[in-house]
Design a protein around this ligand. Structure first.
Ligand code: UDP
Length: 241
């Protein structure tokens, strides 16, 4: 399966639909090629614009899925018709695929009690899930976590450290274990643990989950605004693609 990437403001984004992206990711595990999956959003592009290292991480990823309405609109402005893929749903589907194929899984990130509840809920949902390693997201010694991951050799690792921490962690870990597939999942464990509610379906369907979360958690306003309008303005003004 060939990637079809579009370069938005210099950042490669895959144009797969949900199902094709899943098959592509499954193949990475099956063929022991592993890789880094990034769920890209305008904030990450902004970070990448300021940090060459982060830009390199994003552009070297094996799969970059368009997470959120901002990227979907940005691509549309460039004439690319791609539907957003919510990272949380994509990761959950990948977990399901792991269970069906007996691929082993590791979870890294979030607060200890959140991680514990997430593991409990996932074990209830997927009785045959093979979780071979867990580590909360508040560790000092990254080397130790890398070594433990290598020792337990999971096929798929979910990393919930927030961005850009999780992408940097995955990028570095990939040097130790190229056959492992990894994805940064942000606040997904908070949701799977039952501690944080996702926005009602109507917001999810219309791509306005960010608006719901901003109203519920006003401190997010600084993160969303002016990132989203500025990002779209930059896309509009950018003539290179
Ligand atoms: N987190 C962590 N270690 C850290 C910083 C954050 O484990 O050093 C976790 C945090 O507990 C939360 C997740 O990373 O579960 C990030 O959540 P956030 O909503 O900030 O991520 P986003 O998806 O917005 O990037």
């Amino acid at each position: 399966m060939e990637r079809k990437v579009f370069s938005l403001l210099g950042f490669n984004i895959d144009t797969f639909d949900f199902e094709s992206a899943l098959v592509f990711a499954k193949n990475l595990i099956e063929e022991k090629r592993g890789g880094q999956i990034v769920t890209i959003n305008p904030e990450m592009i902004e970070t990448g614009t300021k940090s060459p290292f982060f830009a390199k991480i994003l552009n070297e990823a094996q799969l970059v899925i368009p997470d959120g309405i901002g990227i979907e609109i940005g691509l549309k402005l460039k004439g690319v018709d791609v539907k957003r893929i919510a990272g949380i749903e994509f990761s959950h589907k990948l977990l399901e695929i792991c269970v069906q194929n007996n691929f082993s899984v590791a979870l890294v990130g979030a607060k200890p009690e959140i991680l514990e509840k997430t593991v409990k809920n996932l074990k209830e949902e997927f009785q045959n899930i093979k979780i071979v390693y867990t580590q909360d997201g508040y560790f000092e010694d990254t080397r130790r976590v890398f070594d433990e991951l290598v020792k337990n050799a999971p096929d798929f690792v979910l990393v919930a450290l927030g961005s850009p921490k999780q992408e940097e962690f995955i990028y570095e870990f990939r040097k130790n274990s190229p056959q492992t597939l990894m994805i940064g999942v942000g606040g997904s464990f908070d949701v799977w643990s039952g501690e944080v509610q996702r926005a009602p379906e109507i917001y999810q369907k219309t791509g306005t989950e960010w608006l719901y979360r901003t109203v519920k958690e006003p401190k997010r306003i600084k993160r969303i605004f002016p990132t989203l309008p500025m990002f779209l303005l930059r896309v509009l003004l950018n003539k290179s693609e």
